[in-house]
Design a protein around this ligand. Structure first.
Ligand code: ADP
Ligand code: MG
Length: 590
């Protein structure tokens, strides 16, 4: 978003069909990016790749229910149309092999010819194109996707090209857990889309499966702090997970002991090969376990004092010997929302635990978030640090290629699709999520336009669409004051003002505020709001010196004007401004 380099927007304000930002972005990968999207994809893809389990496209979790723009098109992603002839869409080809007689065929053929009078009604109903259902056309095309889920963020890949170093470092640190020792705490940093979550989940799966294999008590708990964002919730989730696990362990043990007890009832000798010397001792153990299970009360979602939640978690995790790795993803969100108490409490637990040990792995998108931490927490949490650098365009190509192989039908992509997606996403701070979104959206757009193959143009459309979606979302969620400032900029642009300065914006802003009865901020505050809009990539502001008149900011809009205005006007307060023209006129009065 730090696109302060954009040239001031020179677009004719009347020419609103063209979106300056999007246009410049769309054309830049091929012109300015040094990894031109047309470069041949590098072929020595992944010399370092871990030898991981084969991908399993079928095991995608389909919990991600992002709403799509168009329902009908989405129906094409189900697999049934190709799997089952019953759902084959009606086509012009009359099924000859399905028992129709020659005469029936003749009638049908005749009925297809609309000019022929006196057609058989049944034939018409069956074959008239006008009778195609809503979905028929959409189903008729060859599906482009083999398995679209593979391109969604909810899918955890089993192969992570270009993350071998980071994955190996995590493994080297965490292997202590498999030896029954406490691994150092780890902090993972990197911008969004650099594969932190995917790598951490991969490592945790491997760790747990290895611990099962060697029968060592090692468990990984993953918590997404963007969702679970208070100390109470984090501790409650941990407590309840361990209570559930303990109960399973107890149930299992009780089952075996009860069986032993009933065998011992008939044959007291049965105890000899067990750890129990008497039936009484066995009964006591059973009763103790039953009491334990009874005592483990799950934490309610709200209502308990925090120290009770903490104690419950403490007791649950310490119930038996084990090493627990707690992964706190998006840990910066937790600290931002609820401070560092949770981390403080978790990081000092080991000195008090008797049977178990915990190790914390924090994952942060914000490289500077430790600045807000208590120094003790900071040093404890950051015992080991692993950085996830942004991907470059070549690395993104590899990542996309791996995923495309399982998500698209063979030959569904032209050669330039993946390089172009990679080039666009490389500009977007090397974000693999963006790259995958682009590829999926391009596929969906191709599907929607009933193209047989995804082409470069679909990628460009996808880029525009994603960028516009982003802008709409950012503008929609702006505070009212920022919306008014932005509206002032838009009004000026629409009236042909170039290099708009802060004073001009402020004059229009003031009048708009009066019109809708909003508080009028000082010019200094408005200047701050303009800087924020600049940082969000919505306007592009540069400071210009006016010689002895001091300095001012000059700005232009860097997002599509019509769409942005529409989003602003959909806000009920701004929507009340019926005719804004007089406000702009007023600019000349000042
Ligand atoms: P982060 O947690 O750093 O924001 P994620 O791990 O969620 O990023 O990755 C974003 C998307 O990109 C996910 O869909 C993930 O599967 C994919 N991804 C990231 N890195 C790789 C990689 N090296 N190989 C394959 N897919 C990757
Ligand atoms: Mg993540």
């Amino acid at each position: 978003m730090d696109e302060g380099e954009h040239a001031p927007n020179e677009t004719d304000p009347g020419d609103t069909d063209e979106s300056p930002t999007i246009d410049s972005e769309t054309s830049s990968p091929s012109s300015t990016d040094d990894q031109s999207p047309r470069d041949p994809p590098i072929d020595q893809t992944t010399p370092n790749d871990l030898d991981m389990k084969p991908s399993n496209p079928g095991d995608s979790s389909s919990t991600d229910s992002r709403p799509e723009d168009s329902l009908p098109t989405d129906s094409t992603e189900t697999e049934s149309p190709t799997d089952s002839t019953e759902t084959d869409p009606p086509t012009d080809e009359t099924p000859t092999s399905t028992g129709t007689t020659a005469s029936e065929e003749a009638v049908a053929a005749q009925s297809r010819d609309r000019s022929s009078p006196g057609v058989d009604l049944d034939g018409v109903v069956l074959d008239d194109d006008d009778n195609q259902g809503l979905f028929d056309d959409l189903l008729a095309g060859e599906p482009i996707f083999e398995n679209k889920e593979v391109l969604r963020p909810s899918y955890t890949p089993h192969e992570l090209p270009h993350r071998t170093d980071q994955i190996n470092r995590m493994a080297t640190i965490l292997v202590s857990a498999l030896r029954g020792e406490t691994p150092s705490n780890i902090l993972i940093y990197g911008k969004t889309g650099t594969g932190k979550t995917a790598s951490a989940k991969f490592v945790s799966q491997e760790l747990e499966s290895t611990s099962k294999k060697y029968d060592v008590p090692c468990e990984v708990e993953y918590i997404n702090c963007e969702v679970t964002d208070t100390q109470y919730r984090v501790l409650a989730q941990l407590a309840n997970t361990f209570i559930e696990k303990n109960q399973a362990v107890i149930d299992d043990r009780l089952g075996r002991l009860r069986e032993l007890a009933s065998t011992a009832d008939d044959d007291p000798g049965a105890l000899e090969s067990s750890a129990f010397t008497s039936v009484e001792e066995l009964t006591e153990t059973i009763e103790r376990l039953e009491a334990d299970a009874e005592e483990m009360e799950p934490v309610p979602m709200t209502g308990w004092p925090t120290d009770r939640v903490y104690t419950t978690f403490f007791d649950a995790v310490d119930y038996h010997e084990r090493v627990v790795v707690i992964m706190l993803d998006e840990i910066d969100k937790l600290v931002e929302k609820s401070g560092d108490d949770t981390l403080y409490n978790l990081s000092r637990m080991n000195s008090e635990l008797n049977n178990s040990r915990i190790s914390i792995m924090g994952i942060s998108n914000d490289l500077k978030f430790t600045d807000f931490l208590d120094p003790r927490v900071k040093s404890s949490l950051g015992e080991e640090e692993i950085v996830f650098p942004p991907y470059d365009a070549n690395q993104l190509r590899d990542i996309l290629q791996h995923r495309a192989d399982i998500s698209f039908k063979t030959d569904a992509l032209t050669d330039d699709v993946i390089p172009l997606c990679a080039a666009f996403a490389a500009q977007e701070h090397g974000d693999a999520r963006r790259a995958l979104d682009l590829l999926r959206t391009a596929g969906e757009l191709a599907e929607r336009s009933q193209a047989e193959i995804v082409a470069e143009s679909h990628v460009r459309q996808a880029q525009d669409k994603i960028e516009l979606d982003r802008v709409v979302e950012v503008v929609r969620t702006l505070p009212t004051q920022s919306k008014i400032v932005l509206f002032a900029v838009i009004l000026l642009e629409k009236n042909g003002v170039h290099n708009i300065n802060t004073g001009e914006v402020f004059n229009i802003y003031k009048r708009l505020c009066e019109e809708i009865d909003a508080d009028v901020l000082t010019q200094r505050r408005v200047t701050d709001l303009i800087s924020e809009l600049d940082m969000l990539g919505i306007v592009n502001a540069v400071v210009v010196s006016k010689g002895r008149y001091g300095r001012t900011k000059e700005m232009g809009l860097s997002v599509p004007i019509e769409e942005t205005e529409a989003v602003l006007l959909s806000d009920s307060r701004l929507g009340d401004i019926e005719n804004a023209q007089p406000f702009v006129q007023a600019r000349f009065d000042n």
